[in-house]
Design a protein around this ligand. Structure first.
Ligand SMILES: Cc1ncc(COP(=O)(O)O)c(C=O)c1O
Length: 397
């Protein structure tokens, strides 16, 4: 009998990635250099953006995005940012770490993104920004969100840690907000071990972001190449300012190793995305007749990157079903419960029923993998196991 083990993520480093890593090793250079630079530039270009700054995590990328806007626009401690009631906890943690207050808004029942129809009610005199989170690979309703942001003069930070290579109305995720953030952590779309990218089209933001990730350094000299090929006057200016720190920054840098792996995967992303979308389409087709579950839906005029495959049960016990799947070698994860986390209940006094859709998802939602290394046999196994459970009422046989 075949033993299945279908994980929520995958990693299979290609020959190209290994070649790039070896080039890094041969170069004896690990600090910011040609690989990270090329990775940033290419990533920004693919996401319809001009600038990208690589950091050591998606959370760090979000952290500097928030800090940058707070500095630039003079936000005060206690100012508010509207975030969805379903997301990974890092989205809202970075606000708290920056002295701001996350204000939660419930999400859409069909797509799980922040519900634009609930945002205006959350706006107060202290609201400074909206942080839509493109969960599971699907862009939020950016048309409606950007309209509200413009109407009230709010900034937009896209948390796109779960979504790359997806367009909304022909425009890439990451190109709508003032600043947008991506993660390359394990089980994401690009996987460099740890890593994140902060992306913007605004040159002033780009300068502040790079400085924030590098101890708050004067931007005249952030990386060791910044004094190459300069005139005598320029060099004098650099030497004068290169140990100067102009803001409260952090040490959030990556290494050339992540740059090499990231660039290698980026150059192969089209094939990876084609396979993911193919796996998703076969799962959607094979599971479409099961009435007891809500399958992922693709918003009109949008791509879905299918970082994962979210499922919400209508009337079944999630515990029983999830245990059944795990017993059949299909790994699962909760669908990002946030407002019921012990630390947030304590911090914000949140109660059950304040966010009915989030509650419904927390009680009934989970996801399985949808990645490029899931084989045809594994797809058929997933489809069979789902049908088995609902035909036989989950009696593990
Ligand atoms: C929506 C969302 N935001 C932020 C993060 C944080 O990214 P990282 O784990 O790279 O810090 C994640 C990551 O897993 C995420 O899913």
């Amino acid at each position: 009998m075949v033993e299945f083990k279908i994980g929520v993520g995958t990693l299979n480093l290609s020959e190209r990635c290994k070649r790039y890593v070896n080039q890094v090793l041969d170069s004896n250079r690990l600090s910011y250099g040609p690989f990270l630079k090329k990775f940033e530039n290419e990533f920004a270009r693919i996401h319809d953006s001009k600038y990208a700054v690589f950091t050591n995590s998606g959370t760090s990328s979000l952290h500097i995005a928030v800090a940058c806007l707070k500095e630039r626009y003079g936000w005060q401690d206690g100012d508010e940012v509207i975030v969805p009631a379903v997301t990974f906890i890092a989205s809202s943690n970075v606000l708290i770490h920056n002295g701001l207050v996350p204000v939660f808004a419930d999400v859409e029942k069909d797509y799980y993104g922040i519900d634009p129809s609930l945002i205006e009610d959350k706006i107060t005199r202290k609201t400074r920004a909206i942080m839509p989170v493109h969960l599971f690979g699907l862009p939020c309703d950016m048309g409606s969100i950007m309209k509200i942001a413009q109407k009230y003069g709010l900034k937009v930070i896209e948390d796109s840690c779960e979504t790359m290579f997806a367009k909304y109305n022909g425009r890439s995720v990451g190109s709508f907000g003032d600043i947008s953030c991506f993660s390359t952590y394990v089980a994401h779309l690009l996987v460099t071990g740890v890593g994140g990218l902060t992306v913007t089209n605004d040159p002033e933001n780009a300068v502040i972001l790079r400085s924030l990730a590098n101890h708050g350094r004067d931007n005249i000299y952030i990386h060791i190449d910044d004094d190459k090929d300069k005139s005598r006057e320029e060099l004098k200016e650099i030497i004068d300012r290169r140990f100067s720190f102009v803001r409260m920054g952090h040490s959030l840098r990556g290494t050339e190793m992540e740059g090499a792996i990231g660039l290698g995967q980026l150059e192969e992303h089209e094939e990876m995305m084609r396979k993911r979308r193919q796996v998703a389409s076969k799962l959607l087709d094979g599971l479409k007749d099961i009435r007891q579950i809500q399958l992922p839906k693709i918003r009109e005029d949008c791509d879905h990157s299918f970082m994962m495959f979210p499922v919400v049960l209508h009337n079944e016990s999630k515990e029983r079903f999830v245990n059944y799947l795990e017993s059949k070698g299909i790994e699962t994860r909760d669908m990002l419960p946030l407002v019921n986390q012990p630390v947030y209940k304590k911090f914000f006094g949140l109660r059950e029923n304040m966010f009915p859709i989030a509650d419904w998802i927390n009680k009934n939602g989970f996801y399985i993998g949808c990645h490029q290394d899931i084989s045809e046999e594994e797809i058929q196994h997933i489809i069979k196991v789902f049908h088995e459970f609902f035909s036989f009422g989950g009696q593990i046989r």
